[in-house]
Write a protein that binds this ligand. Sequence first.
Ligand code: TXA
Ligand code: MG
Length: 329
Amino acid sequence: MDDAVREATALLERGEVVALPTETVYGLGADALNADAVAKVFAAKERPSFDPLIVHIGAYTDLEEVAQIPEDIAPTVKKLTSAFWPGPLTIILPKTDKVPDLVTSGLDTVAVRQSGNKIFRAIGKKLGRPIAAPSANRFGRISPTSASAVMKELSGRIPLIIDGGACRDGLESTIVRIEAGEKRPTIHILRPGPVTKKELQNFGKVILKKKRVTTDPEAPGQLESHYAPTTPLLLFDKPEDFQPEEGKRYGLLSYKGDPKAGYIDAHEWAMVEALSPGSGKLPEASVRLFHIMRVLDEAGLDAIVSEPVSETGLGQAIMDRLRRASANG
Ligand code: TXA
Ligand code: MG
């Protein structure tokens, strides 16, 4: 891996982009302080420039290079970063002048996190600069949780993909904005993820809005249709809500693959894939979600029908991704 770390770092130093593993999903990294390098990220992803990137720092002490920490929320920032960094928590903070406007899409705030992935950290450390990295997929598509998924998304468009195996969490980081309060701060979850609402409740009042507006939202880029397969994805609360059309091939994205849920008997499926076969465990389901979406997407189906999962703990992040993936379905 040393060679890979060296090669990735050399490319990043030259202002190139590199696909890198993180604990959540694979990211497409560039030197966050080099606007020309960051422009290549937008180009490779075909990402609209109004959708800002996440900046990954090496250590808490690097935070002040990219963000200003308002005094009234400083204690909460400190507590949250001690509890969850390095890890899948992204915090929105006022940005410093060092961060190019392109990274933040002209906003005066920046999204910051510290990744816990060993390879990512080694590259960040060797580079000695923050790395801007959105998920390494083409815009609006399914986030990659393996190097082969990155290949499918960006092959031929970028000079290097570092293979760090399958991602530990499989879902993008939780994004929060902190608001000072008289007694307790309010933590707004802008994107649910591996750090759950329940875990954040130890640090303040937590607000998680289920549906977001599509244009000019608080978290730009939190577009409704996102993380989407090219095959339409249909999400139903109840199996009887699904009305199959004659002659069409449907695949079922099941939670446990359990006939008792009623979905398996609802139709003769061309394919059934379970997120957590048999046991129905939310951590396993979240790790496998994007992989299973991809498998179903590649099967040439007319549509993918998805069961819901229970909206507790990690289930909130899973349902968020399923809702977005179904927005065009
Ligand atoms: O786990 C992750 O967060 C992965 C890995 C690679 O770190 N990255 C990721 O990046 O998911 P991306 O670009 O796919 O999603 C970043 C989200 C976008 O929806 C963007 O709108 C939001 O972060 N964001 C970035 N800067 C923001 C800001 N200043 N204010 C509000 N939202 C922001
Ligand atoms: Mg993304």
